[in-house]
Ligand binder design. Sequence first.
Ligand SMILES: [Mg+2]
Length: 234
Amino acid sequence: MKDPRLVLFDIDGTLLRTDGVGTVCIVQALEEVFKISIDTEGYQTSRKTDTQICLELMRQAGRSDDEVLNSLDAMRLLYLPLLAKEIAEAGIEVFPGVRELLDRLSGCENILVGLLTGNIERGARMKVEATGLGDYFSFRAYGDTAVERKELPQRAVNKALVETGRTYGGKEIVILGDTPNDVECGRSLGVTSIAVATGSYTREELSKHDPDHLFEDFGDTEAVLSAILGEGQL
Ligand SMILES: [Mg+2]
């Protein structure tokens, strides 16, 4: 039997590309809830959770965090139908090798495969299910329960303990993502970090953050599997 692994995938830029439709919908929903116009010129979203994006945009508009957190439910009610519509119109591209990799992982014993994402829960599910990838993920740790991305790995470990009775630690935890934040977020837990250059960062930029493994994309299934499971385990 293979050694246990808790394998956590980021969504946007890692599994699929939605060309920022999620952020456009967040902004539209916030504008509607707060009856204001939001300027997103130069605002960087790619390394942030949805909740963090809401807080930061509304701070710029002079609103308090309490006011924003109290309005998140109203914002979500508007955001989800907007996102569904955008996804249907814009479509979603799944990156090369992703389906093959998830197929192979689903056939491995002792491997818990999940999503680690800054997306609001139902929005994340919508994106993944629209591409037919939903069934591969038995385990989910979402952004609407944690404001900062760096809090997500520990929450995922806690949730895995509740669901499986097992405490995953160190290199048994594998985080796959497309940004420096994905590489850094599990550093304090000593996880295995796997970076992929299919998102908004180049291979060169990602390599500066010293991930354990770095790929152009997930096209080479055997190489990525070997990185996830540990050399010599195949
Ligand atoms: Mg990403």
